[in-house]
Design a protein around this ligand. Structure first.
Ligand SMILES: [Zn+2]
Length: 862
């Protein structure tokens, strides 16, 4: 009896539930141009909406739920295009299908690679979907990263923080240095893709055994069949899924009775196969097997109900197609710079908007284009090896970059002037110095000044003169000052007074090619390499060690002394710069700057020539078996195999699917021994390589970091040749040492300070704010950093959006205080959709964070 009952229960549980999801994988600017895709996206949605009407909108005569037409967009751009080219009534029909679950769309704009994206860029690329959520009253629980073989770790948290719950993945297993066998035996095929904050999404990533038009590929339901009849492939897919579900075998690779095959379109421009899916589901359904035409979400909801405890995985797979954007390195670097500049621009705009509620409304269209640019710039077909020619692809990439930069620059300039106009001017010329970061800071500030000299600069809040010097940048005259105690996300007022500044010693002493301040002694050679660097506060420890013939800041020189005589630039009591120009290996310029009272060494590199090979800036350190940590995407990783305590996926015995040569290089990388280390801030490079790491070996203990300056990482057939003809490249680095174990907050703060210079603006207001110092926002926990502050997408009347990153390795509660008491607060997704209303306590926000978590809040001020 007991046996019978058990058997009966098992038989019921063994009903297999199979989900067939149809999507048209979008190869934007690869299979088709913008115009071609705009046209087919609209045409396909028209077709699928008609199919939905014919199977699910006939009261009393509808097909059973499993056999109704469904279609899955692989990016929100489908909705954007449909909204643009169709009438409001037609768009409403699409919205009704989204609401009823007959059409799905993910948060991502289109199919992107992610490894080269700054953390904030990932989020901005989903902003259109966030706007749609609020406008239409829907939520988008899916996000996808498709076809490219690799997947970062931190994307899981960024997705989860943006409201995603589910993702599926299939790879190309083509244009790859990872052996195909590497995709055939994944550790888990259905799992929690989990970030370092403990948040993540449910991921379906199947083993790929027979090619990318089968399970594990990006057109799973299609099948590699000789027949052109879609039903042949779909029927076969059902049999393959049936065999996949194996809850009997002890070592089953897929111990579940719920399975799905997603994706159909493959590289086709468009496909129209709705009835084939419905027929296949109808014919495939038996008493033992249910087959449904899927919207993907239904599959994941079934999984969540049936298998609430899935295994989890928190590893990075490195980068592959992600790296091809360095074939236009300067264009990619411009997007990175614009992203960093947006931080200050939006912080300024926030302050201005609190007084001027309509501020920035004129930039709404530009802003929308910027979010499109973020969503599209890293589109996965940087391979540039398809029907759309590399030249056309390259021009489109520049257009996307300009959309991002255009908004960032416009908002910055407009906000800068507007704030100056809100502050009260005086008889003497005054300027404000603004700190976009959320901690009190001492740093250098450059204020444009065309007036007569000599002058001295006074901190109006203290009445004291501050160290200053005159510098010339791009032919313009600036006053460079040392600004002290700049408030968190705030400003101080300074005044320019006629007269000689107090005599102060030069910030660094220069003698021949030697250069020193209180912190370091540096030898810069004519080729631009730093051959010697002594850390004076660490008993004069020498930091440079030639590795494989390369020094520190080495572009691949032959003779370290080859170059023009060094030039001293802008020497004064605040900073001193030494410049080297050399023709070898290509014409390049190196500027090294040392500062008064600052342990930052700035290294500004640039190349003034076109190149077509792979170039790196090598940084070879005299460190013993250091451990490297680096900002990936919303996560700080240890660059070691997971077997050795790091975050990189161990390769399976068959190789892959991880790739170890080029690691994501966001704000910083840090190489540390137990109690000593070096932090390298990076603004313009997307990747670095440790030592001589290869696709399948990670040099975990290398003391040499090679910052990727540009090139075609996987040979001349993938990416844009010869940097699309560009001959002007900029790379901004900064170095510092620490005489203690690695501290990720210190490393991130160092990098953010370097990459977010203090902002200055002329004060012009007639009836302006008379305050000499102001702080918009402060956070109680020094390890919780403001990541972004901006007026909400729907305007300042809907509050300020604030995003924070808890860099503590433990959960914390932090208090966020604004310049005025809060009247309301919400925790929102990163794309600004409200999730939870919060109650301000005494006008402040009590924010609770998981370890390593990024969180976003909407705050309304009284
Ligand atoms: Zn593709």
């Amino acid at each position: 009896m007991a046996i019978l009952l058990l058997f009966g229960g098992a038989a019921n549980a063994q009903q297999k539930r199979l989900y067939l999801a149809n999507d048209e994988h979008t190869d934007y600017m690869w299979t088709g141009t913008e115009a071609q895709y705009d046209s087919v996206m609209v045409k396909m949605l028209d077709y699928y909406l008609d199919q939905i009407d014919a199977t699910a909108r006939r009261p009393g005569k509808n097909n059973p739920a499993d056999f109704q037409a469904r279609f899955n967009c692989d990016g929100s751009y489908w909705l954007r295009v449909y909204d643009k080219f169709r009438t409001p009534a037609q768009f409403n029909r699409l919205v009704a299908a989204l609401r009823s679950g007959h059409i799905s769309s993910p948060l991502n704009t289109l199919v992107s690679t992610y490894g080269a994206q700054p953390t904030e860029a990932v989020i901005r690329g989903m902003y259109y979907a966030g706007q749609m959520e609020r406008r239409l009253g829907v939520r988008f629980p899916l996000a996808v990263c498709m076809e490219n073989q690799t997947l970062p770790l931190g994307l899981s948290s960024l997705w989860a923080g943006s409201g995603a719950k589910y993702s599926w993945r299939g790879v190309c297993a083509c244009a790859s240095r990872i052996p195909n066998a590497g995709f055939a035996h994944r550790k888990h095929q259905l799992y929690r893709y989990m970030g370092m904050d403990g948040r993540g999404v449910t991921m379906k990533w199947y083993n790929l055994k027979t090619g990318n038009k089968s399970l594990g590929g990006y057109a799973e339901s299609r099948q590699q069949t000789k027949s052109l009849d879609p039903s042949v492939g779909l029927n076969r897919t059902i049999e393959i899924l049936t065999a996949l579900c194996d809850t009997i075998s002890e070592k089953s690779a897929y111990p579940y009775n719920v399975a799905g095959a997603f994706g159909y379109g493959w590289d086709d421009l468009d496909t129209y196969v709705s009835p084939d899916f419905i027929t296949a589901a109808q014919n495939g359904t038996t008493p033992q097997r249910k087959v449904r035409v899927s919207n993907e979400v239904d599959f994941f909801e079934d999984v969540a109900r049936t298998y609430p405890k899935l295994p989890s995985e928190s590893v990075s797979y490195g980068n592959e197609w992600d790296t091809y954007c360095v074939s236009m390195n300067e264009t990619s670097a411009k997007v990175r710079r614009a992203t960093e500049k947006l931080r200050a621009a939006e912080a300024l705009a926030s302050i201005v908007s609190l007084k001027n509620k309509t501020f920035g409304n004129n930039l709404a269209a530009l802003r929308q284009k910027a979010w499109d640019g973020y969503g599209l710039f890293w589109e996965h077909d940087w391979t540039a090896d398809g029907p759309v020619k590399p030249k056309e692809r390259a021009e489109w990439q520049i257009k996307m970059q300009q959309q991002v930069s255009g908004y960032s620059d416009s908002l910055f300039n407009q906000s800068l002037h507007a704030l100056g106009n809100q502050l009260q001017k005086a008889t003497n010329p005054r300027f404000y110095v603004f700190n976009p970061l959320s901690w009190v800071r001492n740093d250098v500030a450059d204020a444009e000044y065309a007036g007569s000299l000599p002058v001295k600069v006074v901190d109006v809040s203290t009445g004291k003169e501050t160290a200053s010097q005159v510098v010339i940048k791009n032919g313009k005259q600036y006053l460079r000052i040392r600004a002290e105690k700049l408030p968190s996300v705030g400003y101080k007022v300074f005044e320019i007074q006629q007269g000689s500044p107090a005599a102060l010693p030069q910030a660094a002493a220069v003698s021949g090619n030697w250069f020193k301040n209180a912190f370091y002694r540096i030898r810069l050679l004519k080729s631009g390499v730093i051959s010697e660097l002594y850390d004076s506060l660490a008993n004069g420890k020498q930091l440079v060690k030639v590795i494989d013939g390369k020094y520190l800041n080495d572009l691949g020189i032959n003779n370290a002394d080859e170059g023009a005589p060094l030039v001293l630039e802008n020497a004064g009591p605040v900073s001193v710069t030494l410049k080297a120009v050399s023709n070898f290996p290509v014409l390049h310029t190196v500027r090294v700057t040392l500062f008064k009272d600052s342990p930052r060494i700035e290294i500004q590199d640039s190349i003034q020539a076109n190149f077509s090979d792979l170039k790196t800036w090598a940084f070879s350190f005299n460190l013993t078996h250091p451990t490297t940590r680096h900002e990936e995407l919303g996560a700080i990783l240890t660059a070691k195999n997971d077997r050795n305590g790091g975050h990189y996926a161990s390769q399976t015995r068959t190789g892959g699917p991880a790739r170890y040569d080029w690691l994501t290089f966001n704000h910083f990388a840090d190489l540390s021994e137990a109690n000593y280390g070096v932090t390298l801030s990076n603004q313009d490079c997307s990747f670095f390589k440790l030592g001589n790491s290869t696709p399948d070996s990670l040099w975990e203990q290398s003391a040499q970091l090679n910052a990727l300056a540009g090139g075609q990482t996987d040979g001349p057939k993938l990416g844009i040749p010869a940097q699309n003809g560009n001959g002007d490249f900029l790379y901004q680095f900064a170095l510092t040492t620490h005489h203690a174990p690695f501290d990720q907050t210190a490393a991130m703060k160092f990098a953010l300070e370097h990459q977010n210079p203090l902002v200055t603006g002329r004060i012009t207001g007639e009836n302006g704010d008379p305050r000499k110092t102001f702080s918009l926002l402060s956070v109680s926990d020094p390890n919780v950093l403001l990541w972004s502050v901006k007026p909400s997408e729907e305007g300042i009347k809907n509050g300020l959006i604030t995003r924070f990153w808890n860099l503590n390795a433990k959960p914390v509660k932090a208090y966020v205080k604004l310049s005025k008491p809060l009247k309301a607060a919400w925790q929102t997704t990163h794309v600004e959709t409200n999730e939870q209303s919060l109650t301000p306590v005494n006008g402040t926000l009590n924010a609770v964070f998981n370890q390593h978590q990024l969180k976003t809040y909407r705050l309304k001020l009284k």
